[in-house]
Design a protein around this ligand. Structure first.
Ligand SMILES: Cc1cc2nc3c(=O)[nH]c(=O)nc-3n(C[C@H](O)[C@H](O)[C@H](O)COP(=O)(O)OP(=O)(O)OC[C@H]3O[C@@H](n4cnc5c(N)ncnc54)[C@H](O)[C@@H]3O)c2cc1C
Length: 355
């Protein structure tokens, strides 16, 4: 590993990326720079531009599959972590949180203050800046419910902008940051508006079941969510094999309702037995984990060093020394089998780098 100098930032060379990802997989970044301020971010971007390097923005690496060859460009690791600004108003509290802040730590802080609105999102790994990108969601909440604005560096104009909730274009696991304006914005801070009077969200069945006594507080829900997630292998716990993953590897597909009778015929079951939820435009959302199971993939399934979590069918895991190629081979096998059986193309959730 070598370092290059620049006025205020340190550019390192050939930095292994695997330790920066929850999969613990991936080759080196040719250039790597940790940025802790907006000024350093501007300088990092400028450094890449002047040398015509490709740029990749790294948060907590929890939604990322890095290729074995690594990345032939500059990785900017967003480590901007200023104290959280708390602005109370009559009915709400605005929290302005730096992109490099650990997401779960922020959720914990809010829940400890007795405030609801993000308690169901406890235990999701990664950075605050990563959350608007795919509009993270779990157990009945998603960040789009509470984000009022996102501060970002606009790479087109080289200036900082404050994007409104509407401009972010949030939808299920989507925003402008991972669709129409992918690679245009680098998030530096996010503003969340939480209602002081809101009660914890208990719409999710497992969560409802967890509480049969008095109404739980936000911090009760925080701990319950983490415990449920742990049971499903969806919590990062150092040393647990199921933790070497990127969470759900496939998005729940949204398909035409007409497909349900065909699935029922394929499986020889009544349509009512197919788990699904209503989606936009009269379509339906199907649980990807259920489709995998019906296509013959179960927990603990292994293909060499790549496998399926022992606790959640939707999480592909690195069983110890898996390469990115091993994970990709398992992904392709699953996608092909689900496509062949149900004519549904499963979409990968984690972002790929260097493929
Ligand atoms: C065990 C486990 C459980 C999970 N559970 C859930 C869940 O319940 N729900 C859910 O939605 N997700 C879940 N995830 C996925 C993941 O945690 C989230 O998507 C998370 O928000 C990713 O943030 P990150 O900082 O790790 O982003 P990274 O993985 O570092 O990056 C992901 C993408 O976001 C971009 N990005 C990151 N930071 C910035 C920034 N500051 N500005 C611009 N772009 C940026 C990157 O360039 C990349 O394209 C889970 C993952 C794991 C490992």
């Amino acid at each position: 590993m070598q370092s290059l100098t620049s006025p205020t930032i340190r550019i390192e060379q050939d930095v292994p990326l695997a330790p920066y990802t929850t999969f613990r997989i991936g080759g080196p970044a040719r250039f790597f720079c940790e940025v802790t301020t907006e000024a350093a971010l501007l300088e990092g971007v400028d450094y890449a531009r002047q040398r015509d390097f490709s740029l990749f923005i790294l948060g907590g690496g929890s939604n990322l599959l890095v290729s074995d060859a690594g990345f032939d460009g500059l990785v900017l690791h967003i480590a901007i972590d200023q104290p959280i600004q708390v602005n109370p108003t009559d009915h709400a509290i605005d929290y302005i949180v730096s992109a490099g802040t650990d997401w779960n730590s922020f959720v914990l802080q809010v829940c400890e203050q007795g405030i609801s609105g993000i308690e169901c999102l406890a235990g999701i790994p990664g950075s605050v800046g990563g959350t608007p990108v795919q509009n993270v969601g779990a157990y009945g909440q998603e960040v789009a419910d509470t984000i009022t604005s996102v501060r970002a560096l606009d790479l087109q104009t080289n200036s900082f902008v404050d994007l409104t909730h509407k401009q972010c274009g949030f939808a299920y696991r989507r925003s402008i940051f991972n669709t129409s304006h992918r690679n245009r914005y680098i998030v530096t801070a996010v503003t969340f508006r939480l209602d002081r009077t809101a009660k914890p969200n208990l719409t999710y069945t497992d969560l409802k079941r967890h509480f049969d006594g008095p109404a739980p507080t936000p911090i009760d829900v925080y701990h319950a969510v983490r415990s449920i997630r742990h049971g499903k292998g969806m919590l990062i716990v150092e040393g647990e094999a199921d933790s070497r993953s990127a969470g759900s590897f496939f998005k729940n597909p949204i398909v035409a309702k007409d497909l349900l009778p065909q699935i029922a015929i394929t499986l020889d079951i009544p349509v009512e037995k197919i788990p699904h939820w209503p989606a936009d435009k009269g379509q339906v959302k199907l649980p990807a984990a259920w489709l995998l199971e019906q296509a013959g993939f179960s927990k603990n399934f292994a293909m060499g060093q790549a496998g399926i979590s022992s606790r959640h069918t939707l999480a592909l895991i690195n069983r110890g020394s898996a390469t990115a190629a091993d994970i990709a081979a398992l992904r392709d096998t699953i996608q092909q089998q689900v496509k062949a059986r149900f004519n549904i193309q499963l979409e990968q959730e984690p972002v790929q780098l260097g493929f």
